[in-house]
Design a protein around this ligand. Structure first.
Ligand SMILES: NC(=O)c1ccc[n+]([C@@H]2O[C@H](COP(=O)([O-])OP(=O)(O)OC[C@H]3O[C@@H](n4cnc5c(N)ncnc54)[C@H](O)[C@@H]3O)[C@@H](O)[C@H]2O)c1
Length: 290
């Protein structure tokens, strides 16, 4: 058994998109800090593998497979948490897709609608289904925004738009849900080392990948674990006075101008090893599944 922490001891958490990329790291980080985790994703995602890896390391988890953009599946997922573990304390809206990179005049309607469903509707139906349970536990929601949702992103303008929805949605929710004791926050990743930011596994071309690194003051991609560390803080009781906040985990890219990444200190340029064994960071969702 791996050494475990206790920052989420006694908590029950649903992580959507928990089978790959940042979601895998969130599931493993939360389980290593004592949470009981529902690893939720599409049937095609390696959710069952993540579950087994958590259990092998002494953590507690179950998995849920289904399209989390439907109200029926969102309710089934929340019901599973309650029937299995008796309650729900934390909802992490991490599910998302990144199917196309294109200038708007060439951007397909199909990819646009796919993102509306998987990036926006998932957060709406999951939050709606989870709230009655979060009211009982005085729980919290953390959702995946993005640098692209704050400043927009060239050649993927509709993606930035879907993430802009998440930022506004979560801020409104934070104000509205305080009367029920529920905190609502946003993590805004910059370029993270998942399938999405590699030419070989996602829609970005080599020029975009190069520009992305140059534009990041820290000169590199973040690791999924570096993002999961911030989700951990926001979801934990340590963040008891934090609601409606956006925590960027972006190596500084949202603020930067020009190719500043080339000047990053070498200490910033190398990725930290981290503590988690991540097996599925590059198995993400980067094309339209029929
Ligand atoms: N990777 C980055 O550089 C980056 C940057 C900014 C924001 N983000 C955000 O972080 C989140 C995770 O990204 P990632 O890079 O880890 O990608 P990923 O593809 O590895 O993980 C996303 C997961 O969500 C699942 N998913 C999507 N729609 C779903 C649905 N309807 N039902 C069930 N599962 C669904 C996918 O199948 C996939 O397993 C996304 O919301 C993304 O927008 C990522």
């Amino acid at each position: 058994m791996k050494e475990m922490g206790n920052r989420l001891e006694g908590k029950v958490a649903i992580v959507t998109g928990g089978g790959s990329g940042i979601g895998e790291a969130i599931c493993k980080k939360f389980a290593s800090e004592g949470a009981r985790v529902i690893v939720a994703g599409f049937p095609e995602d390696p959710v069952e593998e993540v579950l087994k890896e958590i259990q092998k390391n002494g953590g507690t988890a179950i998995h849920f497979t289904g399209d989390l953009s439907t109200e029926a599946n969102a309710k089934r997922c929340v019901d599973l948490a309650v029937s299995q573990y008796g309650k729900l304390d934390i909802l992490i809206n991490n599910a998302g897709v990144f199917p196309e990179v294109n200038l708007l005049q060439d951007y397909s309607e199909e990819a646009f609608e796919y993102m509306l469903k998987n990036n926006i509707k998932t957060a709406f139906v999951m939050s709606k289904a989870a709230l009655p349970e979060l009211h009982k536990t005085k729980g919290n929601i953390v959702s995946a925004g993005s640098e692209a949702g704050v400043i927009g992103i060239a050649q993927n303008t509709p993606y930035g738009g879907t993430k802009g929805f998440i930022h506004a949605f979560m801020r409104g929710l934070a104000v509205e849900q305080a009367q029920f004791g529920v905190r609502c926050n946003i993590v805004g990743p910059g370029p993270i080392d998942t399938a999405w930011t590699h030419e070989s596994t996602g829609p970005m071309d080599s020029k975009m990948v190069k520009t992305m690194k140059q534009a990041t003051p820290m000169g590199r991609r973040g690791t999924p674990e570096e993002v999961a560390n911030v989700y951990l803080f926001l979801a934990s009781d340590e963040a008891s006075y934090v609601t409606g906040a956006t925590y960027m985990v972006d190596g500084g890219i949202t603020l930067a101008k020009g190719p500043v990444g080339e000047e990053a200190d070498s200490s910033m340029k190398s990725q930290p090893a981290g503590q988690l064994d991540l097996e599925h960071s590059k198995e993400g969702h980067t094309s339209i599944r029929k």
